[in-house]
Write a protein that binds this ligand. Structure first.
Ligand code: NAD
Length: 360
């Protein structure tokens, strides 16, 4: 039998992107060999690097490559070089989201025991936290019409945005959440503001209906103000949180900060075609090219790619375990350094990960 082969588009981007991507690619390559499948990587220009080459942050060839791939692994884009450029690297991100129809953003917040002291919250509150925020990404108040600043009688102006969700938009994001929960601990918390907002009443009704298709998953509902409090008060109660664009924007950053280390946070954006997997952090121009970057968020984004795009769950688990192994062995990049630990750069962290994959 021939090994299964997957096509992966590699958009390393700017700043530390290429350094951390080199590590992630090597780790994915090794784990695929160990688990008997093949990854075919194709790099393509994206972000500032693409502006320099073609004048466009998302050249049509790059988008076409992403569309025909099984998944996209992305680094980060942007930097001072392009801050005053008429085309911004970040426009490439929006173009990619729109071009691939990415309506679901998945952001896990996992507090690893080795890094429990990196959080600004007490260790007993955050230790063991392992939750996933599923945010609707292409609808809600950020896109609803009408929006704008309108002149009223007597010359007064009024700013307007409209929070709107259709049943089908709510249903598809709910299904992403329930399916993710089935790969985790079978618990979904839907976050809304149904006590005040009509759009949230429909949200709650549709999520409740979709839940009937996932009898093994328990569903509860929280108002967004309470969810914001509960995330700080007792975050361990959560498995999967699903919510709309605005609430998800805020709650996913709040959840991320439970971990306290930006260099450790992966994310996935999913649609009906290929998904995009990228670290939460940016291109860190202040440390680019110095071999100081923490590659673990990029590597963990690779693990999400294996889990959610390729359904290679065992390989994804193995990559996540390799991250725990190197942390257990005391290796730390500067951003997560602690007394008594061994300081390593980006490249050395990659070597340690490859060694960890060969253990046991
Ligand atoms: P940033 O996340 O790049 O950096 C914030 C701080 O965290 C910096 O001190 C940086 O050195 C540190 N940091 C980030 N990632 C790290 C890592 N892996 N290892 C060690 N330290 C790390 O945010 P910023 O400085 O606000 O933005 C820099 C550029 O990145 C800007 O051009 C911004 O627009 C862009 N950006 C891109 C994305 C993306 O591509 N998705 C996201 C956020 C910001």
């Amino acid at each position: 039998m021939t090994a299964k082969t997957y096509a992966i588009a590699l958009l390393a981007g700017d700043g530390i992107g290429p350094e951390i991507m080199t590590v992630a690619q090597a780790v994915l390559m090794r784990v695929s060999q160990n688990f008997g499948f093949t990854l075919h990587f194709t790099p393509a220009p994206f972000g500032g690097q693409a502006i320099d080459l073609t004048g466009e942050p998302l050249p049509p060839e790059t988008l076409a490559l992403c569309r025909r791939s099984d998944a996209v692994l992305m680094g980060a884009v942007g930097g001072p070089k392009w801050d005053n450029h008429p085309r911004r690297p970040e426009q490439g991100l929006l173009g990619l989201r729109a071009g691939l129809g990415l309506y679901a953003n998945l952001r896990p917040a996992t507090v690893r025991p080795q890094l429990v002291n990196s959080s600004s919250l007490k260790p007993e509150i955050v230790s063991g936290v392992d939750l996933l925020v599923v945010r609707e990404l292409t609808g809600g108040i950020y896109f609803g019409q009408p929006q704008g600043i309108f002149s009223e009688k007597k010359g007064e102006r009024r700013g307007v945005n409209t929070m709107t969700y259709s049943e089908s938009e709510i249903e598809r994001i709910s299904r992403v959440a329930f399916q993710a929960a089935r790969q985790r601990r079978n618990q979904v918390t839907s976050v809304d503001k149904a006590n005040v907002l009509t759009v949230s009443q429909l949200w709650r009704e549709v999520v409740t209906k979709v839940a009937q298709d996932y009898p093994e998953v328990t569903l509860d509902h929280l108002y967004v103000d309470n969810a914001a409090m509960q995330l700080i008060r007792w975050p361990k109660q959560f498995d999967v949180l699903v919510t709309g664009n605005l609430f998800g924007d805020i709650l996913s950053d709040e959840a991320a900060m439970l971990t306290g280390s930006i260099g450790m946070l992966p994310s996935a954006s999913l649609g009906d075609g290929p998904g995009v997997f990228e670290p939460v952090h940016g291109s860190a121009p202040d440390i680019a090219g110095q071999d100081k970057a923490n590659p673990l968020a990029q590597v963990l984004s690779g693990a999400m790619l294996l889990r959610y795009a390729l359904q290679q769950t065992a390989a994804a688990d193995r990559v996540e375990r390799a991250v725990d192994q190197v942390l257990d062995q005391g290796y730390r990049t500067a951003d997560i350094m602690a007394p008594g630990m061994t300081a390593v750069g980006c490249t050395q962290m990659g070597e340690r990960l490859l060694a960890a994959l060969e253990e046991d």
